[in-house]
Design a protein around this ligand. Structure first.
Ligand SMILES: C[S@@+](CC[C@H](N)C(=O)[O-])C[C@H]1O[C@@H](n2cnc3c(N)ncnc32)[C@H](O)[C@@H]1O
Length: 341
């Protein structure tokens, strides 16, 4: 019998929403194992795939059968799987690959706090600190393997919006910019390419900068107009450029810590300069928004939060800045421009 699919009842919709966990974790397995890379040469039988990946054949089959039922991979013959348009984004190194993000999101560093969400809601404190007994960035300083996974995920997330951010604002007007907490340097590289006369400095913790140099986003033709600066933004933000950029940094921190960072930025930004925050746009109403998803991650992981434009205005004022405008660089992303007062 054919006909329109049955409409799910509110009760069924609610029950189905909990299946997101299954999809999340099976995607994680496919990403960690590199299944999509293995299938690049063409379809493969589960038995051959399991041998190559050194995993249990039956378990792998059940995972791939589930993913194929969700539109990720295609089961071209019984127990034979191939890449499709969706699973291709699980490959390593392809433009727009989500593989580093999924590897990060299934890792204990990201995922375990989600099992402790009640702790965060009861106390208002990040569950991750309860899991690891220390602040998340301190944990990363002590665990370079997790730190690399984190940096790569941030790079992949940032890569999705970097062109829109780089072209959505006249960074070139400031002549020089420091990307504070700039991670691997992908965004700064994209901005420098989009604004050929701009000079840029990547400022972050020394271990992060060591990995950034390896990644080389500021190498080649950008090397002559870019540099690196060690920075602990609670102690000092290096002076020397007119504009200061921070993407996804202030949202990592509660208001008190965010103010400390902004005050350090204020000491570095010259009178004719600017501070540019790149953060998610958080609508005031109950519309679905990326910012509301990221906000829960901040609650559980860092103790930070997403903020509305008005909340940023108030925070910036405490840090010695006046919010001058908000540019909608991408559908869910804002560039918040502030000038010193
Ligand atoms: C959420 S990541 C954002 C990275 C990058 N801006 C992006 O959006 O891809 C936060 C960054 O803040 C950096 N960070 C954390 N604590 C820091 C500190 N005390 N001083 C300088 N950078 C710090 C981290 O190393 C990391 O690169």
């Amino acid at each position: 019998m054919s006909g329109p699919p049955p409409i799910a009842s509110p009760q069924q919709l609610l029950a189905m929403a909990t299946n997101g966990l299954t999809l999340h974790q099976t995607l994680y397995v496919a990403a960690v194992l590199g299944v999509a890379d293995q299938l690049e040469g063409g379809p493969a039988e589960t038995s051959a795939l399991a041998r190559r990946l050194e995993v249990d054949e039956s378990a792998l089959y059940r995972v791939l059968r589930y993913l194929a039922s969700q539109g990720v991979f295609a089961e071209t013959e019984p127990r034979t799987f191939a890449n499709n348009d969706v699973s291709r984004f699980l490959r390593t190194g392809v433009p727009g690959s989500l593989r580093p993000i999924l590897i990060f999101r299934g890792s204990g560093y990201f995922f375990e706090p989600y099992g402790r969400i009640l702790h965060s809601v009861r106390t208002g404190l990040p569950a991750r600190s309860a899991v690891y007994g220390m602040d998340g960035f301190e944990y990363l300083r002590q665990h370079p393997d997790d730190a690399r996974i984190f940096d790569d995920a941030m790079t992949a997330i940032t890569a999705m919006m970097a062109p829109a951010v780089a072209h959505g604002y006249d960074f070139g007007a400031w002549e020089s910019v420091t990307d504070v907490g700039g991670g691997n340097g992908l965004l700064l590289g994209e901005i420098l390419r989009a604004h050929p006369r701009l000079r840029g400095v990547l400022a972050d913790q020394p271990d992060v900068l060591a990995r950034a140099r390896e990644r080389g986003f500021l190498g080649g033709d950008l090397a002559a107009r870019s540099g690196y600066a060690d920075c602990d933004f609670f102690r000092e933000v290096p002076a020397g450029t007119r504009a200061y950029l921070m993407k996804s940094v202030i949202h990592d921190w509660d208001d008190a810590r965010a103010r400390e960072i902004l005050r350090q930025c204020r000491r570095a930004v010259p009178a004719d300069g600017a501070l540019l925050l790149v953060e998610t746009r958080l609508p005031e109403d109950s519309a679905p928004a990326l910012g509301k998803v990221v906000d829960i991650a901040m609650l559980l992981l860092t103790g930070g939060r997403e903020r509305t434009a008005e909340e940023y205005r108030a925070l910036l004022a405490d840090g010695g800045f006046r919010l001058s405008r908000v540019v909608a660089a991408a559908p869910e992303i804002a560039i918040i421009e502030a000038v010193p007062v």
